[in-house]
Design a protein around this ligand. Structure first.
Ligand code: SOE
Length: 393
């Protein structure tokens, strides 16, 4: 099967659940709204069940299918492998793809352990010498408001950073009868809320401030230890109905941790799937010597900004409507005020990955950056496991 155009970037994707559907949307949409130097093609979709992957390919717009990712990474009509699978397969697929000369986009978190992430990063560094590149899919940093936040910090508009405050609040597990999923099985997911959504907050905090986390103290908690087997996640096409039996939850339901950043800033983080009423509430606030910014994903087209250099009589948080053509990415979409959604961050992710590949530059977040997040996750788990510094009252 050959490309239909000269500057094609033929994509092979592994996995077609929530992230597979979202990444398919991004690959389809990016060339329609951005002038790209390479033209993504949805070439091959891989999944273990032949009938199911063919149905998914038809629905999501993929030309061909495979039932074995190993066959996919060896195909000479595929240029990039997009990994949308549970974390326990990220390392094997990414390393095989990079060694086969394929660019890689890998969903977050990079891996289920630092050891895996280190092997993936070594493979990415080696591949880059041959003009093969890799990116990890921390998509929230490509929400226009968070990209703007990064620019304001870079311009010095916040001054010296003092506080970072991050929460990622969901509630899809509040019901103790919500069924087991791979996300609750440590052997598949690596961790629970910590790595699934806490990783986003860690990446966003480091990205916006430009400051790496240097130390953490954490607490992990599991509220519900046994869940019904056989159901599907409600809200992702699942009814939650179960066919009997229970499984043991082996990951955290919630994580809270404090952090020390390079330069002396301190941070508090919270990630939970039990924040009743909060559906996908990712928030970040940064306080600096000259100002503050605050982002709330449930109001994702706005960025709150406080300029402490303003005279007191006019000081106050202003709401920046991040939909003007001057703002990151937004000029390629709708007129000011019409707003973007969750899916646009994934399209912007594709845009920047394709541009980096065409320019021969390292995409960001690179596997090296994602490895740093993995090390923070591991440090939090180590801290929580040793209960160090926890004073019992
Ligand atoms: C968890 O519910 C989840 O699907 C994460 O896995 C995604 O990374 C995040 O974008 C939305 O929430």
């Amino acid at each position: 099967m050959t490309s239909t155009q000269q500057n094609a970037l033929r994509v092979g994707m592994v996995g077609y659940a929530f992230m597979g559907a979202m990444h398919s949307h991004a690959w389809r949409t990016a060339p329609r709204f951005f002038d790209l130097p390479l033209q993504p093609e949805l070439a091959v979709l891989a999944g273990r069940d032949q009938a199911a992957v063919k149905t998914a390919a038809q629905k999501l717009g993929w030309r061909d299918t495979e039932t074995d990712w190993r066959a996919l990474v060896e195909r000479d009509d595929v240029d990039l492998i997009d990994i949308c699978t549970p974390g326990d397969t990220h390392a094997d697929i990414a390393i095989a793809a990079l060694e086969a000369g394929k660019h890689v986009l890998c969903e977050k978190p990079l891996a289920n352990s630092v050891e895996e992430a280190e092997r993936m990063t070594a493979a990415a560094r080696a591949a880059e010498a041959n003009g093969v590149f890799a990116m990890c899919g921390f998509s929230y940093r490509r929400t226009p408001a968070l990209t703007l936040a990064r620019r304001l910090v870079e311009q010095g508009r916040l001054g010296t950073i003092r506080h970072i405050r991050a929460q990622y609040l969901q509630d899809w597990l509040t019901d103790e009868n919500a069924p087991m999923t791979w996300r609750l099985d440590k052997s598949k997911s690596g961790s629970g809320a910590l790595g699934d959504i806490g990783a986003h907050s860690i990446d966003a905090a480091q990205y916006v401030t430009g400051l790496p986390i240097q130390g953490v103290s954490g607490l992990l908690n599991t509220f519900v230890h046994e869940r019904p087997l056989g159901g599907t996640r409600v809200g992702l096409g699942g009814s939650g109905a179960s066919d009997g039996g229970t499984g043991t939850v082996t990951v955290d339901d919630a994580a809270i941790f404090s952090a020390r950043f390079e330069g002396g800033a301190i941070g508090v983080f919270e990630a939970t799937r039990f924040a009743t009423g909060r559906k996908n509430n990712m928030r970040l606030e940064v306080n600096g010597s000259l100002g503050s910014l605050a982002f709330d994903f449930e109001n994702m087209n706005s960025l709150e900004f406080y300029d402490a250099t303003q005279p007191p009589e006019t000081a106050g948080f202003s709401t920046i409507n991040v939909t003007e053509a001057v703002h990151p990415y937004t000029g390629n979409w709708w007129p000011a005020g019409h707003g973007l959604g969750y899916e646009h961050g994934f399209t912007h992710q594709v845009v920047d990955l394709v541009q980096a590949i065409a320019d021969g530059t390292t995409p960001s977040p690179s596997f090296d950056e994602a490895l740093r997040v993995q090390k923070v996750l591991h440090a939090i788990e180590q801290s929580a496991a040793t209960d160090s510094g926890w004073q019992h009252v």
